[in-house]
Design a protein around this ligand. Structure first.
Ligand SMILES: *Cc1c(COP(=O)(O)O)cnc(C)c1O
Length: 367
């Protein structure tokens, strides 16, 4: 079986280092908000190029607490893409604001900046821009518009740690950058984890308070917060894996180039837009008979994934927003055609060859 990604391989490869760093935490007796967490916050902030990093329980909370820190809530509108993981828009509703969707650019699958101005109103307070599959969105155009209308920008960088736009890392452009360390992400923990990065001191202070019950001095609570902290065991694993991130992102890039070289004649392969670097959290192709290809590969013991089968504006949970089929044709069309192929840094050439030859077999009609 060739899986979509294989987390066991990396553990086997670095078993002793990973177990050593876990053992250090166990010995220290410090499990929440300790030295490892602080070191990870410094390291990620430095890696991205921001002045602060705040470790959190997951990526969803990174988005949620960003909105809260920016004071966004009832009667506010937040613009985002209809083509993302549910959490991107869920958090907007969670703080009591209204998600306003825009369609995507068919080349990068990211929010089409040309559509932004159409949906800006007096109530628009922020844009949540997603760098989907590991490719940065068009930050020049998005920041131009946000400055012009004085709107905050939150970057959902959950799939794009290390990707660059104009040579600058994503997560350093907006008011906040929001990372997830869910095990399958490019930098994954062995459990849940997340982080906000920011250059703004007031956001840093606010999120540090919010993640810990609004509390700075023990049992003295300045405001209503929540419990959203990154634990020391996860931080220790992430500190170790962060050292490998650049190399592993490069490996993903090499695998992607190889896929594209062999598959481009047969189906739509990813395009890396000018001035951007792509970290290939997912490698997705597009074709008309997507479901048939997925079944064909499944029979050949090759796993595939569909990100995402239903755009956010058509999700039942967002029915109350009264969007309908046809509102965002590019995202709707893409959701019917897109297919993610196996992609992980330790994937072997042999495994990739099998995926490529199976797809070629399918495309040449020998099914
Ligand atoms: C994974 C992901 C999230 C949520 O992160 P969690 O850590 O699972 O809460 C949000 N947005 C996008 C685009 C993601 O891929």
């Amino acid at each position: 079986m060739i899986p979509l990604l294989d987390l066991n391989l990396e553990y086997k490869m670095f078993k002793s280092e990973i177990e050593q760093s876990l053992y250090e935490v166990l010995k220290s007796g410090s499990f929440i908000l300790g030295d490892k967490g602080k070191e990870l916050e410094r390291s990620i902030a430095e890696f991205i190029g921001t002045s602060h990093g705040i470790g959190l329980a997951n990526g969803t909370d990174a988005l949620l607490l960003s909105l809260e820190a920016l004071g966004i809530g009832h009667n506010d509108e937040v613009i985002t893409t209809t083509f993302s993981f549910f959490a991107t828009a869920e958090v907007i509703a969670r703080v009591g604001a209204t998600p306003v969707f825009v369609d995507i650019d068919p080349v990068t699958y990211n929010m089409d900046p040309l559509l932004l101005e159409n949906v800006i109103t007096e109530k628009t307070k922020a844009i949540i821009v997603v760098h989907l599959f590991g490719q940065p969105a068009d930050m020049d155009k998005i920041l131009n518009i946000s400055k012009c209308y004085n709107i905050s920008v939150i970057e959902d960088t959950c799939q794009s740690i290390g990707a660059t736009f104009g040579g600058k890392k994503v997560g350093s452009f907006g008011d906040t950058g929001c990372f997830s360390f869910f095990p399958t992400k490019n930098l994954g923990a062995y459990g849940d984890g997340g982080m906000v990065v920011t250059n703004k001191q007031y956001i840093n202070e606010k999120i540090c308070l919010l993640r810990n019950h609004g509390c700075e001095v023990r049992y003295i609570h300045n405001e209503i917060g929540t419990n959203s902290r990154l634990d020391e065991l996860q931080a220790a694993i992430l500190l170790f894996k962060l050292k490998m991130l650049n190399e592993w992102n490069l490996k993903r890039g090499k695998l992607a180039s190889r896929y594209t070289h062999y598959l481009k004649p047969h189906l739509k392969t990813p395009v890396v837009a000018c001035g951007r670097s792509h970290v290939f959290h997912q490698y997705c192709v597009e074709l008309d008979d997507r479901d048939e290809l997925a079944l064909f590969l499944h029979k050949k013991q090759i796993a595939t994934g569909i990100y995402y089968p239903v755009p956010l504006h058509l999700q039942e949970a967002f029915q109350y927003l009264k969007y309908k089929e046809g509102d965002f044709p590019v995202a709707e069309e893409t959701s019917k055609r897109i297919l993610a192929l196996p992609m992980y840094p330790l994937m072997t050439k042999n495994q990739q060859d099998k995926v490529i030859s199976s797809i070629n077999e399918f495309m040449s009609g020998e099914r």
